[in-house]
Design a protein around this ligand. Structure first.
Ligand SMILES: [Zn+2]
Length: 684
């Protein structure tokens, strides 16, 4: 194909071809997306036009190949949206989002296509295909069936109408949250700042003056301000006000109240899965998750709930003692929790985060990643020659990844470390090209992205323990991409309650002796982090776990209950109150996300009956980490490491995750390791 549009062009050059990130032009996006979608639909038409009996080879294989051009265009689109966004791009994004969603429906509702897939699937049940092909067919078939492809015309129409209605309810739900974050800003005067840090005061003054309240100090109604304010402010009445504003978002009985939205959403979800023959939303959602059903999920959540709420009682008693010793003459209320917890933390652990930072240099941490990749995965990271691989920003660095044993080339790793305007916040991993072999060997292009503040030339970049942990976490996702050994692209897909395991487990190498002694060294003296400091960090990790685990669990359990019960006559507010009371929710804290602003669950479907997934993956993480601790060479045990890569990383989604875990551990994961990690008593 000859074209002047860079985004449409095949990736050429070294390393199996690389994206032309240095030639991206924003005017190319719209035409490239349009041509990409058109070609994808033509690919699909070619499949359905085939008059031969549907087979894996003539139906599923071309589906796996379809949309190659669009796929490339979307990688560039992803860079614009996450790494180098601009008002100009967001305008195009707003214009293209509905067009792309309509394009998706054209495929997912294509009856001729589904009928061919169904034939291949039905035949495979009689005459099984090869194991990985069978898994592809199953995943593709389920994807269509779970989204209504098998319904008759009348039900299909209702299904589509429900989705349309839901999508506007989701938008309304999120907009109401944004509105209430704007609507309830608290303004402080100079004499009300006691306890707050210099940097927080500065930032509060700036926000107040931006809002036309010169000389005052604003606390926006968001977590990033609420949380430090509750932790440090000495003004109890103001803490109460800030707490109340935050946890009442969209629950104030006004035009931004979300209770009615939640009721409607729950009813529509129930009706929609009813069309597919399911009794409740949770049954439908969990069928292809690792947890499989709501009983398994509730078993886990309830077990941890008992321990975490018991710990809350102890934490409250510790805090009450501090308050009494101070002569504060109060009973601990929810707006006191973080404040007194901080005082207990200082007394018990006395961990100075600035001291910790001096041992955490980003360059050394990057070397630590490569060291772990070498020891555990047999990977070698080599910087590519300057200028040999195009990047979208001068600070992005690229490494070649190869196998140490056989020298085989695996892929490229891009690192975009620094914050800048137009880059989304937080840290994430992404893939520009996935591994597959069915259509010629494809090598991996993976990236890690963070938002560190770029240091002055020659200065070391020092980061916090949390940021160092996140740096390893995201690298775990990248290693999961690199280790893929699947034949078909569909098998690279993620399973919501499993996909955080590979990243969480990698975090555990940060505090291994080998990493500490070689890489966690003081930026001036070069001495490794002292043992006492490491021990302090480890001890502090179980601190306040009663609070953290209970506030999380309360939200996770409510998410499950909302999607199991019949919502027909539900009063959402009363249901939340009564359910929490039945659970014996401690009165000193609230759900991490109360129902009227639980965006994970009600501003879309990504985390509906999936909020539990964080803990589900953490059970595996803790249990796998214990396997390493128990093995002869600990976290550097070659045999166990290679078993982990082989069973839990390389297969991606080519087998049932529960089965993969059994291959690794010889049994299912037990909850005990997670309980020990959080400092909770175990059953034994
Ligand atoms: Zn992650």
């Amino acid at each position: 194909m000859t074209t002047s549009n860079t985004l449409l062009k095949e990736w050429t050059g070294p390393y199996g071809g690389v994206p032309a990130f240095d030639k991206m032009s924003i005017t190319d996006i719209k035409p490239a997306l349009e041509i990409g979608m058109k070609q994808h639909l033509e690919d699909i038409d070619a499949i359905t036009a085939n008059t031969e009996i549907p087979t894996f080879e003539n139906t599923v294989v071309p589906m796996e190949k379809a949309g190659e051009v669009l796929d490339r265009v979307q990688r560039y689109y992803g860079i614009w949206s996450a790494n180098v966004s601009s008002p100009e791009f967001r305008k195009i994004q707003g214009e293209m989002a509905p067009v792309m969603s309509e394009f998706q429906s054209k495929i997912s509702q294509n009856e001729a296509l589904f009928s061919r897939i169904k034939t291949v699937y039905d035949n495979s049940l009689i005459e099984p295909l090869e194991a990985d092909q069978q898994r592809v067919v199953q995943l593709v078939y389920e994807g269509f069936a779970m989204n209504g492809a098998e319904l008759d015309a009348e039900k299909k129409a209702r299904y589509a109408a429900i989705n349309k209605e839901l999508s506007s309810l989701y938008t309304n739900f999120s907009n109401n949250i944004l509105a209430d974050e704007e609507n309830y800003v608290v303004y402080l005067t100079k004499d009300q700042l006691s306890g707050l840090s210099e940097s927080m005061i500065k930032s509060m003054a700036k926000i107040a003056s931006d809002k036309g309240q010169e000389g005052k100090y604003a606390i926006p109604n968001t977590r990033s301000y609420m949380s430090p304010f509750l932790t440090y402010s000495d003004e109890r009445e103001l803490r109460k006000q800030v707490w109340t504003n935050y946890y009442s978002r969209c629950d104030n009985g006004d035009e931004f109240d979300n209770n009615e939205n939640v009721a409607k959403i729950l009813k529509l979800r129930k009706e929609r899965v009813g069309l597919l023959g399911y009794d409740n939303y949770a049954d439908w959602r969990l069928q292809n998750r690792m947890a499989k059903n709501s009983e398994n999920v509730m078993n886990l959540l309830n077990q941890v709930w008992k321990a975490s709420t018991a710990r809350v009682k102890e934490e409250v008693a510790d805090m009450q003692a501090v308050a009494n010793a101070n002569g504060d003459n109060i009973t601990i209320e929810p707006w006191d929790y973080s404040y007194y917890a901080e005082k207990v933390r200082k007394q018990k652990y006395d961990l100075d985060s600035d001291e910790v930072k001096q041992y955490l240099q980003l360059d050394k941490l990057t070397d630590a990643l490569f060291y772990v990749a070498k020891e555990v995965f047999n990977y070698k990271f080599t910087p590519v020659p300057e200028g040999s691989v195009p990047v979208f920003q001068e600070d992005v660095k690229v490494w070649e990844v190869s196998n140490i044993e056989n020298g085989e080339y695996i892929g490229l790793w891009y690192l975009d470390p620094y914050a800048r305007k137009g880059k989304r916040s937080g840290a994430w991993a992404t893939m520009y090209r996935a591994h597959s072999t069915f259509d010629g060997e494809k090598t991996v292009l993976a990236s890690n992205n963070s938002n560190f503040v770029k240091p002055a030339p020659g200065e070391p970049l020092l980061v916090s323990w949390d940021d160092a942990t996140t740096f390893l976490h995201e690298f775990g996702h990248a290693l999961h991409f690199f280790s893929s050994e699947v034949r078909y692209p569909t098998l690279n897909s993620g399973v919501r309650d499993y996909t955080e395991f590979q990243s969480q487990v990698l975090e555990r190498w940060l505090s291994t002796d080998k990493v500490i002694n070689q890489f966690l060294v003081h930026y001036e003296t070069g001495n490794p982090m002292p043992k006492e400091l490491v021990d302090k960090i480890k001890r502090a990790s179980t601190f306040n776990q009663g609070f953290a685990t209970t506030e999380y669990l309360a939200s996770a359990i409510m998410d499950m209950k909302f999607h199991i019960v019949d919502p027909a006559n539900m009063d959402v507010d009363a249901f939340e109150r009564e359910t929490l009371s039945e659970m014996n929710m401690p009165k000193e804290l609230v759900m991490r996300h109360r129902t009227p602003h639980f965006g994970h669950v009600f501003s879309g479907e990504g985390y509906a009956t999936a909020y539990y997934g964080y803990m589900w993956a953490d059970v595996l993480t803790a249990d796998a980490a214990e396997a390493f601790r128990e093995s002869p060479d600990g976290f550097y045990d070659k045999e166990l490491a290679s078993k982990m890569v082989k069973t839990l990383f390389a297969p991606r989604n080519s087998m049932d995750p529960a089965e993969a875990y059994r291959l690794f551990r010889g049994r299912d994961a037990k909850i005990d390791a997670l309980m020990r990690d959080r400092g909770f008593p175990t059953s034994k």
